[in-house]
Structures are given as C-alpha cells and as structure tokens.
Design a binder for this molecule. Structure first.
Ligand code: SF4
Length: 81
C-alpha cells in the first residue's frame, strides 16, 4: 500500500489524523495533512483506508502498486492474429 496526500486539496478537517494517527498528522501552521508514513505497515493499513474514505475533500489517495496484473507501461499481453 502506498498513499499520497494532496496538501493543496486538503481543507484541514483533520479526519485522517483522528482516524489513523500513526499515518497522518496535521500541520501545526495551517492544519493541512502531513503524511507521516506513505507506506504504512499492515497493522496500520485498515486505518489508512478508513482515513481515505472519511476525508471530505478527497485529498488522500491510495496508490496500489502491488498485486495488480495490469501493466501501466501500456504493453498489451498476448495478441490476436
Ligand atoms: S481528512 Fe482530508 S481534508 Fe481533512 S486533514 Fe486529512 S487530508 Fe485534509
């Protein structure tokens, strides 16, 4: 699991830091999200997913880079002759 946080989009609601304090914090200056751990360990992943769900601005994104059969390079598997 990898996470990304868009500070421009964040409105400082703080739901992420409340939901998964091991993964998210808030900037003391502007209240916007601070991503403490972009690759949280398994024990913190459920909380991180919940934080993505409860964020009212959609500022946190879950980036899945493992276990996906798709190839982002655009290569097409197989071929029709
Ligand atoms: S829950 Fe979303 S809007 Fe609120 S502080 Fe976290 S990232 Fe920002």
């Amino acid at each position: 699991m990898e996470l990304e946080a868009d500070r421009e989009r964040c409105i400082g609601a703080g739901m992420c830091a409340l939901t998964a304090p091991e993964v998210f914090d808030q900037d003391l200056e502007d209240g916007r999200v601070v991503l403490l751990d972009p690759s949280p360990p398994t024990r913190h992943q459920a909380g991180a997913r919940r934080a993505v769900d409860v964020c009212p601005s959609g500022a946190i994104t879950l980036v899945s880079r493992d276990g996906s059969p798709g190839d982002p390079s655009g290569a097409t598997p197989g071929g029709i002759a």
